[in-house]
Write a new protein. Structure first.
Length: 346
């Protein structure tokens, strides 16, 4: 489980994360915990038969929260993928919004309860809609960055996807566009070692996803995605480069999916329990908690209080989502069929 990072080389240099205040760090920890508890509850709702499907971000929380911390929510643009629950919560999405979608309820702000769950989106927070065909968000995000550049706006666009999805043509087209036009664009590849059952070695012949960046004139960086502060450092640097007009960055955040691919997957058929247990010992939330304890920013009592706060938030959100109505049957065909053309009416 050797992880190549920039961290060791930069030990002596001042790090952007040195400027994060205790309050910032505690905020990041709270969001990670909230995401974990909400995700765990989503699994429970699925196993109780109340939610038809869940796709989990457990194990990815630290890198996502750190990335969100380095941008300006509602001003910069984010095109997430389905594992970005913690990212979206860090941008300001409410836990109940995730549960509305999970349960197919009418107040779901993304689709009124019609999309698959975890297809996050928010106009207000500038979160572009998750697309089910993987990697299709990459050229869309590059186009958004192009628009910001043409309009002379100080905006950065961030797009996320998994390492398996970098085999799709859309990823290469989007990266090429971002490289050619030196766009304020950051592509975060969350390398969790598998694309469903396909391990990374069967996905690409290069050692690292970050190596793919050079082909497009884009800067490529690999980082330990289970180390929140290391992730913040590379993300902060990528954001600064983008704002200075120096172009795009591809960040490969190395992590692990601690759950099966989705609620319909049985990961025992393609990976060993020993491997999963080894990565659980590097659970990013435990690692971040340890850092905060060592620095004296967190103590056991506050850690417990944060966990309780997160559980209470999830309980409240669940209650609200369970009581919400399903979409009315009269809206069944909305967004599926357009209105009939005049010549076909009557
Ligand atoms: C174009 C396309 N092909 C196949 C699928 C089915 N599919 C959904 S998720 C997934 C695996 C993606 O793996 P990766 O990019 O590594 O992301 P992860 O799920 O591991 O986070 C696949 C093949 C899809 N949604 N879209
Ligand atoms: Mg993957």
């Amino acid at each position: 489980m050797a992880v190549r990072t920039k961290k060791s080389k930069e030990k002596t240099r001042a790090r952007p994360s040195d400027n994060l205040t205790d309050e910032h760090l505690l905020h990041m920890y709270r969001i990670m915990m909230l995401s974990r508890k909400l995700d765990e509850r989503s699994w429970v709702l699925n196993r109780q038969g109340k939610a038809p499907f869940h796709i989990s971000g457990i194990g990815h929380e630290a890198l996502q929260v750190a990335a969100a911390q380095a941008i300006r929510p509602g001003k910069d643009w984010v095109y997430p993928y389905y594992r970005d629950l913690a990212f979206c919560l860090a941008l300001g999405m409410k836990p109940v919004d995730h549960l509305y979608a999970l349960l197919g309820k009418a107040p779901d702000p993304g689709s009124g309860g019609r999309q698959m769950p975890s297809h996050f989106s928010s106009r207000e927070l500038r979160i572009g809609s998750v697309s089910s065909p993987v990697a299709t968000q990459v050229p869309i995000a590059a186009g958004t960055a192009m628009a910001s550049k043409l309009r002379g706006l100080d905006e950065v666009t961030v797009v996320c996807l998994g390492e398996g999805s970098t085999s799709q043509g859309d990823f290469h087209e989007g990266l090429n566009w971002a490289g050619v036009h030196k766009l304020p664009f950051i592509c975060i590849v969350q390398n969790n070692q598998y694309a469903i059952s396909v391990p990374v070695a069967k996905q690409m012949a290069v050692k690292s996803v970050a190596d793919r960046a050079a082909a497009y004139g884009v800067k490529g960086v690999a980082v330990d995605g289970n180390d929140a502060l290391a992730m913040y450092d590379v993300m902060h640097e990528a954001v600064q480069r983008a704002r200075r007009g120096e172009g795009a960055t591809l960040i490969e955040a190395i992590t692990y999916r601690l759950t099966p691919h989705s609620s319909d997957d049985d990961d025992r058929s393609y990976r060993s329990r020993e491997e999963v247990e080894a990565w659980k010992r590097r659970d990013p939330i435990l690692l971040f908690r340890q850092t905060l304890l060592e620095r004296g920013i967190l103590d056991q009592e506050t850690a417990q209080a944060i966990e309780k706060w997160a559980m209470d938030e999830v309980d409240k959100a669940e209650m609200e989502a369970m009581q919400a109505p399903y979409p009315d049957v009269s809206t069944l065909e909305d967004h599926v069929y357009g209105p009939l053309p005049a010549w076909q009416e009557g």
